[in-house]
Structures are given as C-alpha cells and as structure tokens.
Design a protein around this ligand. Structure first.
Ligand code: UT7
Length: 367
C-alpha cells in the first residue's frame, strides 16, 4: 500500500516590530514610492534583540504542532531551512528540537537559499513516503535583518524576518505533498551571496572593513533568472504530477518582488488572484515566505482540503524548484491535556540534561 505525507498542521511567527518604507527612507536614499512600485513591499518585520532564527522557528513549530494535535515527542525529524542560522554550527534545528522537547527527533538544517522550504518539504515528505519516519516538522525561518547591509539601498529595502512551519504525517489516503522538481545552477553563485563568515573568506578585519559580512546581490540578473524559472518550474511540476495547470487552485510563490510574480502569472496565463501573496506586509522572508503565505491563506479559508496547489521558489545558488501538494487540512486535535503534561516533562528533562553537562564540564576542568 502506498504511503502519503499529509500537511496536518501549520504555524507562523513574525516579530512585532514593523519597519515601513518611510522608516527606511530615513536611513537610506529611497522612498516609499520607489519601493512600492518596484517591489510591491510596504513594510517588513524586524527581529528584536533576543529574538533569533531558532526562537522564531520554535514559535512557528509550536503553533503547527498544536494545530496538528501532535506532541513534540511524536516528531521523528525536524528540518530547518534557513540562510540565517543562529550559528554555522550547531544546527538551528537542534536548538529547536531542544526548545520543543522533541526528544525522539533527528534534526538538521538545510541550506538551499530561498528555495530551502521547497527542498526541505520534499526531503521530509519523501522520507515519510519511503517509510523511514512517520512525522516531521518542516520549518522555514529567517532573521535576514542581521545580514542585510542597512547602508545598501539595493538590498535593505527587500528583506524581513519571519518563520513558517508545517507538520507532515504519514497516512494511507492519497494527498499531501505529491511531487517536486529541484534544480540548481552554481555558475550563478556570485549573483547573490554572503561573501564572508564561511571558510573561503573567514571573518577578518579586512573583510569587515569591506562589509563582506553582508548580503551582496545583482538584483537585475536575479530578477531575470526568477521570472524564467517561476514559469518553467511550475509547468514542470504540474506535468510531473500528471495534472494540467487548470487543475491547480492556487500557487504559493516565493515572495521576492511583485513584478516577478506578475511576470510568472502572465507566462502561466493565470490571474494574480490565483497567487497567495503577502509580501506587501513582510517583504522577502526567504525560506519563510512560502509557509507564511500558505499559513495566512489557510487561516483565512482561502485554500481548501482537496485542492491542488503549487509551491514555487528561486534564490541564491542559483537554486530553484517547485512542489505540488493536495491540501489536506488539520486533523482533529487528539489529546490536548496529555500534551501539556508531556511537554512540561520533556522540558524538565532538557534542563536536567543541560545541568548534567554543565556539572560534568566543571568536573573535567577541575572547577
Ligand atoms: O530571494 C531572491 C532575492 N532577490 C530577488 O528576488 C531580487 C530580484 N531583483 C529585484 O527584485 C529587482 O531587481 C530590485 C528590486 C532589486 C531592483 O529593481 P530594478 O527595477 O531591477 O532596479 P535596478 O536595479 O535596475 O535599479 C534602477 C535604479 C538604479 O538607479 P540608476 O542606476 O538607474 O540611477 C538604482 O540605483 O534604481 C536605483 N535603486 C533605488 N532607488 C531608490 C536601487 N534600489 C533603490 C532603492 N530606492 N531602494
């Protein structure tokens, strides 16, 4: 019997602080008019001190698990797609695993730039379908405000902070994450990158003086690439699923620029109403943009069980891809009271493990 990977819960997290286009015009040479007409963005959210990619991811995951009625200890795998991990290592997914008290879960980060959520969803769903795991948390989370150059008007107006999460679970009935297409062309690596903080250009005074710790982008070239692949990847995944574009009820595009989405709509001969959009309020939140757009649409009743939808993304790498889903809707919440108790216990277990590691460390150091 075939196994399917259903999306049974979804959650989100956005920081409270809103940064408007007018706020930005006080910092760099730009205007609300330029940003709105060239990108469609009106405002974005900015993480507060003490708010990190892992904390946004944990909040989104907690909401998704609650909606799914899944206890953290039932989760087999946590994948965090991000470009802005808390650290190069350990994985942000491990920090989320600990914060959730998901004691049985394996955890890893996935780096496929803004296409990360599509890649992560594909991998987790395929592991469920293969029978290796039953339940997965797939999260896209970013604090891009920490890596944009607030003196560079070409980039700082575009990005924002957010997280979105899906709970995937195995089921026998057809539906859920059906199929994907994944692509890459590393010859375009220099079009969008963070030059330092990795091992090729380690952090140094010289690198910092050249502001290499901030994102660099050739906007025009990325724009050209994006308009091409949004169309081709959507068509390819629909064909791979054995469907036609007429079967697709909605498209959740990576939210980078409204003009890119308008070009895709034109090429696909679909009205803009078919696209789930929220970049006017959040800007480009990279891996979080697709789950956040789907979260809002699902909460508003805009997407319905049984409908086919396409998630399509592009970004640095260059990497792009698309996933076709048949929307499921949340399962009934099974056991809320037990969940609370188990969660508390899991948290106590996590504190005890941390205290033990701390004491062992002191003994080893002779402290
Ligand atoms: O997740 C993927 C990440 N990246 C993307 O998806 C980015 C894709 N690219 C884009 O969205 C667009 O290329 C941008 C929004 C980045 C730029 O829009 P554009 O229409 O391609 O503008 P441009 O780069 O051709 O620049 C036109 C002018 C330039 O001035 P000059 O040289 O014509 O005098 C820029 O310096 O606009 C200027 N400009 C700005 N002016 C006011 C660039 N940024 C700004 C700004 N405010 N923020």
């Amino acid at each position: 019997m075939s196994r399917y990977a259903h999306i049974i819960g979804w959650g989100h997290a956005v920081p409270d602080q809103v940064l408007t286009n007018d706020d930005l015009a006080q910092r760099v040479d730009t205007s609300d008019e330029w940003i709105r007409t060239r990108t469609g963005i009106r405002e974005r959210r900015i993480a507060a001190p003490g708010e990190y990619t892992s904390t946004l991811a944990t909040r989104a995951a907690t909401e998704a698990l609650r909606m799914a009625g899944v206890h953290p200890r039932e989760v087999d795998l946590i994948v965090v797609a991000t470009n802005t991990p808390d650290y190069i290592f350990p994985a942000t997914a491990a920090l989320v695993q600990d914060a959730l008290g998901a004691g049985r879960a394996g955890a890893f980060d996935l780096q496929a730039a803004c296409t990360g959520f599509v890649y992560a969803l594909t991998i987790a769903a395929d592991m469920i379908k293969a029978g290796g795991i039953d339940t997965a948390l797939v999260i896209g989370a970013e604090t891009l405000s920490r890596i944009v150059d607030w003196e560079d008007r070409n980039t700082c107006v575009l990005f924002g902070d957010a997280a979105g999460a899906f709970v995937l679970q195995a089921a026998d009935e057809p539906g859920g994450v059906l199929t994907s297409v994944l692509h890459a062309d590393g010859s375009g690596a220099e079009l969008l990158m963070l030059p330092t903080c990795g091992t090729r250009n380690p952090v140094s005074h010289k690198a910092l003086d050249q502001r290499m710790q901030y994102m660099k982008m050739n906007g025009r070239e990325v724009f050209r690439f994006a308009t091409r692949v949004m169309n081709s990847a959507t068509r390819e995944v629909v064909e791979k699923a054995g469907l036609t574009l007429d079967d697709i009820a909605w498209i959740a595009p990576h939210q980078a620029n409204r003009r890119i989405i308008e070009a895709a709509a034109k090429a696909l001969k679909r009205p803009m109403d078919d696209f789930l959009l929220n970049l006017d309020r959040y800007g480009n939140t990279s891996t979080a943009s697709i789950p956040l757009a789907i979260y809002e649409a699902a909460q508003a009743g805009r997407i319905q069980p049984g409908q086919y939808g396409v998630l399509v993304a592009f970004g640095a790498g260059l990497i792009w891809g698309a996933t076709l889903v048949q929307w499921t809707g949340p399962r009934p919440v099974a056991k809320p009271p037990r969940v609370r108790w188990h969660r508390r216990l899991a948290q106590v277990g996590s504190w005890l493990r941390r205290a033990r590691r701390h004491l062992e460390g002191r003994l080893v150091r002779g402290g």
